[in-house]
Write a protein that binds this ligand. Structure first.
Ligand code: SAH
Ligand code: SF4
Ligand code: F3S
Length: 456
C-alpha cells in the first residue's frame, strides 16, 4: 500500500473491501492475476478466498478454445445468483475473453465491468465508476505495457515457485490462434526489471522461477538510448540463472521456428536451469503445419530434437498437439502419430481443434473434420502419448533425481510432491524434509503421470 493511500483512507486491513479473483487459461493469465492483485492491494482491496465474502469478483478469462469460454459463462451465471444475495457486489471480466467479446460481455446480467489484458492499472478507477452504477469497459491494447515496474502479489500459496513474465503479446499468426488478437503485439520487458523481480522472489524465499512468454525465443530487448545494444533470450536466461545458483529456472514457451542452439548451450552451462523444454509441434504433417502457418517443417522440428539430445542428453521435451485442424486427412493424422513415435515426448497437452472467429483459419478455411473424427484422432494421440509418458517414467525408475519439495501430496498427507528438473511430478514419503527443500529422491515405481520414490 502506498503512503499516499494511507493518508486518504486510514482503515484497518480487515475493513478493506474484499476481492475474490478466479483465473482461467495459461500461466501468463495466472501471473496477470498476480499483477491485478498488486494493483488492487495498492488501492486498498484485500484478497478473500470465497465468493460469499467478496465485495468484488474479478474473473480472469481465457479464449483459446470454445470450452474455455463456456466454463467462464457458466461461472458468470453463478455470480449472477450471488448478486441477488448481495446487490452491492461488483463483477468484472478480465483477460482474453474481454479482448475477444468486448461490449457483448456487458450484456450479461452479472457483468459490471470489462477490462482487457493491457488495462489492469485502470481497474480501481473502473471499479469506482461501476460503483456509481456505470458499466465501464477498457479493452485498449497498449504495445508498451509490460507492467515492468509492478511486483506481482503471488497467488500460489506454496511459496516455492513463482512466475515471472518476460514479454507480452504475440507477433506470430498461427492460423488457428486467437492470442495475437486478444493480447496484441509482442513486447519484451526491460531485463533490469526482470532481474529485479527475480531477486525479490529469491529474497521472499522462493526456490524456482518460470519465465513466461508466448514465444520466449523471440524475446529481444534493445536499449532505448542505444538501439544497437540488444539482449536476446539466451542472454536473459543467463542473467536470471546467475541471480542465485540455488534458484531453479524454467521457461515456457519455446517456438520451433525461433529456438536457436544458444539457448541449449546456456542450459548446458548452468545446472540451475532445468532440463525441460516445452516445444509445441502441433502436428507432424508438413501440409498441416503450413496451413497452420507455424513456419517450420517436420524435418526442422526433428533437427531441434537431435540438437537437444546431443547438447542436453537428459533433457525432457514436451509438446502441444491439435487434432482435426481444417482439411486434416487420415494421412496427416498418421504423420502426427509417426512423429510422436520418433520423438517419444515425455509430456504433452492435447486438444481438439476449436474454430475461433476472426482467425485466419475461421476466415479462409473450412472447419471440415467431423467432430467424431476429431475426437477419435485426439483419443489416439492421447493413448499414444500415455504410452510414451509411461515408458519415459519407467526409464527413470531406479534413478535418483533432485526434487524441489512443493507441497503435501493430494493422495496422502504423509507424502510430499515436487518436480524433477525434467518437470515430472514425483511423490514420496515426507521423512524429515520441509516444503521448499531440495531432496534426492530414488524412483521406485511410476504411473504414466507420476514418479513414486523415497528420499535417499
Ligand atoms: N504460444 C504457444 C501456445 C499458446 S496456446 C505456442 O505457440 O506454442 C496453447 C496451446 O493451445 C497451443 O499450443 C495449441 O496447441 C492450443 N490451441 C491454440 N489455439 C487452439 C484452437 N483454436 N483449437 C485448439 N487448440 C488450440
Ligand atoms: Fe498463438 Fe502461435 Fe502466438 Fe502461440 S505462437 S500464441 S500458437 S499465434
Ligand atoms: Fe492464455 Fe488463454 Fe489468453 S491460453 S493468452 S489465457 S487465450
Amino acid at each position: 500500500m502506498t503512503q499516499k493511500y494511507r493518508n486518504i483512507r486510514p482503515v484497518e486491513k480487515s475493513q478493506w473491501p474484499q476481492l475474490y479473483i478466479e483465473t482461467y487459461g495459461c500461466q501468463m493469465n495466472i501471473n496477470d492475476s498476480e499483477v491485478v492483485l498488486a494493483v488492487m492491494q495498492d488501492s486498498g482491496y484485500s484478497l478473500c478466498h470465497t465468493i460469499d465474502l467478496a465485495d468484488v469478483i474479478l474473473i480472469n478469462t481465457c479464449s483459446i478454445r470454445d470450452n474455455a469460454e463456456q466454463r467462464v459463462l457458466g461461472r458468470l451465471d453463478l455470480f449472477r445468483q450471488q448478486k441477488k444475495k448481495k446487490p452491492s457486489l461488483k463483477v468484472g471480466v478480465l483477460g482474453c475473453m474481454a479482448g475477444r467479446l468486448k461490449e457483448e460481455l456487458l450484456n450479461h446480467p452479472a457483468v459490471d465491468l470489462v477490462v482487457g489484458p493491457d488495462a489492469y492499472r485502470q481497474l480501481p478507477k473502473l471499479l469506482g465508476m461501476a460503483s456509481q452504477g456505470n458499466k465501464p469497459i477498457d479493452i485498449g491494447l497498449n504495445p508498451k505495457e509490460t507492467y515492468a515496474d509492478l511486483s506481482p502479489v503471488r497467488l500460489d500459496p506454496n511459496g516455492v515457485s513463482a512466475f515471472v513474465s518476460i514479454m507480452r503479446g504475440c507477433n506470430n499468426a498461427c492460423a488457428y490462434c486467437v492470442v495475437p488478437f486478444v493480447r496484441g503485439r509482442e513486447r519484451s520487458r526491460d531485463p533490469q526489471t526482470i532481474e529485479r523481480e527475480v531477486r525479490e522472489v529469491v529474497a521472499n524465499g522462493y526456490k524456482e522461477v518460470t519465465l513466461l512468454g508466448q514465444n520466449v525465443d523471440s524475446y529481444l530487448w534493445s536499449n532505448p538510448q542505444n538501439p544497437t545494444d540488444c539482449l536476446n533470450f539466451s542472454q536473459l536466461l543467463e542473467i536470471v540463472a546467475l541471480v542465485d545458483p540455488t534458484l531453479r529456472v524454467r521457461f515456457v514457451t519455446s517456438h520451433p521456428k525461433d529456438m536457436g542452439k544458444g539457448v541449449l548451450y546456456t542450459m548446458a552451462m548452468y545446472p540451475n536451469i532445468c532440463n525441460h523444454i516445452h516445444l509445441p509441434v502441433q502436428s507432424g504433417s508438413n501440409q498441416i503445419l503450413h496451413k497452420m502457418n507455424r513456419r517450420y517443417t517436420r524435418e526442422e522440428y526433428l533437427e531441434h530434437i537431435v540438437s537437444i539430445r546431443q547438447i542436453l542428453p537428459d533433457c525432457a521435451v514436451s509438446s502441444d498437439f491439435i487434432a482435426g485442424f481444417c482439411d486434416e486427412t487420415d494421412q496427416d493424422h498418421a504423420d502426427t502419430l509417426s512423429l510422436m513415435n520418433q520423438v517419444q515426448f515425455d509430456q504433452a497437452f492435447m486438444f481438439q481443434y476449436s474454430e475461433r472467429s476472426g482467425t485466419k483459419a475461421a476466415n479462409m478455411y473450412h472447419d471440415n473434420v467431423a467432430e467424431n473424427i476429431k475426437t477419435q484422432r485426439l483419443n489416439e494421440i492421447i493413448a499414444l502419448q500415455n504410452k510414451h509418458a509411461l515408458a519415459s517414467n519407467q526409464r527413470d525408475t531406479g534413478k535418483t533425481f533432485e526434487v524441489l519439495v512443493e507441497g503435501v501430496s493430494k493422495r496422502s498427507n504423509l507424502e510430499y510432491y515436487g518436480r524433477t528438473p525434467q518437470n515430472k511430478v514425483c511423490v514420496f514419503p515426507k521423512a524429515t524434509c520441509t516444503i521448499g527443500a531440495y531432496v534426492q529422491v530414488k524412483i521406485l515405481r511410476c504411473t504414466s503421470a507420476t514418479l513414486l520414490g523415497v528420499i535417499t
